[in-house]
Structures are given as C-alpha cells and as structure tokens.
Design a protein around this ligand. Sequence first.
Ligand SMILES: C[S@@+](CC[C@H](N)C(=O)[O-])C[C@H]1O[C@@H](n2cnc3c(N)ncnc32)[C@H](O)[C@@H]1O
Length: 325
Amino acid sequence: MGKNTLYKTKLGKYLIGDSVELINKKLIKSHMNKVNLIITSPPFPLNQKKRYGNKNGEEYKEWFIKLAPLFSELLTPDGSIVIELGNAWEAGKPIQSVLHLESLLGFLKHPEADLNLCQELICYNPSRLPSPAQWVTIERSRTIDSYTHVWWMAKSINPKADNSKVQRPYSKSMLALLKRGKYNSGRRPSDHVVSKESFLTDHHGSIMPNFIELDKMEENKEWRLPENVIRLSNTNSNDSFLRICREKKITPHPARMNPGLVAFFIEFLTNPGDLVFDPFAGTNTTGYVSELMGRNWLSVEAEEEYGKQAIIRFEAQDIKVNSKK
Ligand SMILES: C[S@@+](CC[C@H](N)C(=O)[O-])C[C@H]1O[C@@H](n2cnc3c(N)ncnc32)[C@H](O)[C@@H]1O
C-alpha cells in the first residue's frame, strides 16, 4: 500500500494528506484527464475555527481559487466538478459575508482552469437548525439559513449528463392527466403556449428542477428519485453511521455531505466504471456512495481521524476494506 493510503476497497482508495500537495506531487501525473467527476464540500470559511482546519477571509479565497486549475487538469474532457458550499456570515453582525460567492466566482473564472458554470443548484435542508442563532432565534431579525449552493462546472459546455436518469416519480395529478389523455392547451398567463400534445407522452417521471430538497431524499419521506438511487440512499442513510459512532463513542465529523445528494450527481453525471474524486473527503460519503453505485473512486483527507471514521461506512455494509491499521 502507498505511503499516503489509509485503506482500499475493490473500487477505490482513501489517501491521507493535504489535497493541494498530493494533487501537485502525485495525482497530476497519475490521474491527469482521468477523473469523470470531482464532487466535494470543501472546508468552509469560518469566523470561529471548527474542528477541522479552516482558513479565513482573503487567505481562504486565495487558497480556494488556486484549486481550479488543479481540479481542471484532473478532469476528462467531458467531466464535471460539483462543489457544495453553504452561506457565510460576518462575525458578530446580522449580515451575510460574500466570501463564499467571491471564492466560487474566482474559481470559475480562473484563467488557467477554463471552466464553465453548467448550472447552480440549490440544496434546501428543511431540517436545518435555526442559524445564525443570534439573529434568527434571539433577535428574531433574520430567517433560517437553510440552503447550500451547489455549483456544477465543467471544461466542456456539454459535459456528460443525463437528466432522464434522475427523474422524479410523477405527481398524482400528472398520472391522472396521462390517464385522462387531455388537458387545457393554449396560451398561459406567462405567455407560454402549451400545445395539445405536450404533456401526453409518458416519460416515466418528471424532470428534476435545480432545487433539491434533502428531506425528500431521506428515509420514510416521499421518494423523489429513481429506484436505484432510492435503494442506495435507503441503505446508506447517515443514521447507521451515527449509530455506530455512538456505540463506539466516536464524535462524528461535524459537516458530512448528504449521501442522497452525492448519489444524485453520480447518477446524473457519470456511468458505472467512471472515476469519482473527492479532494476533501471527510467521512468519505463520496467514496462510499461511489462504491455502492459501481463507480471507481479516489478520496483525499487531511485528518487521519476522519479517515478512520470513514471506514465505518463500509464495514456497516459488509464491504471489504483493506486497511493499513
Ligand atoms: C466539509 S468537510 C467534508 C465532509 C465530507 N464531504 C463528508 O461527507 O464527510 C471538509 C473536509 O476537508 C478536510 N480538509 C481541510 N483542508 C484540507 C486539505 N488541505 N486537504 C485535504 N483535506 C482537507 C477537513 O478535514 C474536512 O474533513
């Protein structure tokens, strides 16, 4: 096993180290133009330090923007980068920071990265605790900050993508309409003209909007993703991870990605056998979901402690892990 490898599975490898350093020293040579999807939630610009090492202010922005050409070199010509980033707030003031937006824009516009914004998606978490607490629950002067920005970028203006793979089941009214076979066609108040046939072809589901509601991807809620993604999220919920952490008295990583969200993009933007990379892997939600979906994966994380937590996900599903320790 290589010096940085903490563990391997049939389809992937989890490396410990600084991702910028590892990409520069190693991965550019071995993985240039080979990664089909980079999906990650990078460390966040914070006013107070959380448990993992976050940079602040201008230092963060500069660091973040410099990731763009590195990621771009790893991508296949039709590959995609998906970055999830929440909102940031000014310390001690009821106003939002724009640092995350400047960072994302700087990343997109980096002259050596040659990236396009394919789409911004919004990831809404209706169960998010009220924050920023001071302004939302004490002063009652702001609404709950409850969504993250998900920026989907690519070198090509036509990266590999197929929205028919991530359709939502039809609503009851759409199913009734298909059965009825007729509806009010004509000009709508929005000036759209709806033809007599537009809605009568059964595409076996409706097309996803760019607004993703996390609760709909979790257990015991109305499922809005195709069966293969549903099945995956079902067995892969954060609940089993958290239960095992509790049993082993481990403090879980504070900022895990939602497995359903990762599954959505893997299904939408890659095919089985493709390579998915997460440079800020934490508990390796990305690698784990990739393994279950038959994609090869590569993950990098600076903190070994989180790498060890990541193994829990695989062991909970009886997936063979070949680990150093
Ligand atoms: C928001 S978390 C990602 C969580 C992950 N998506 C999950 O589901 O568990 C960001 C991670 O990046 C790691 N990190 C921060 N700086 C890093 C660096 N320079 N290289 C590699 N990992 C880094 C942090 O330790 C943290 O675990």
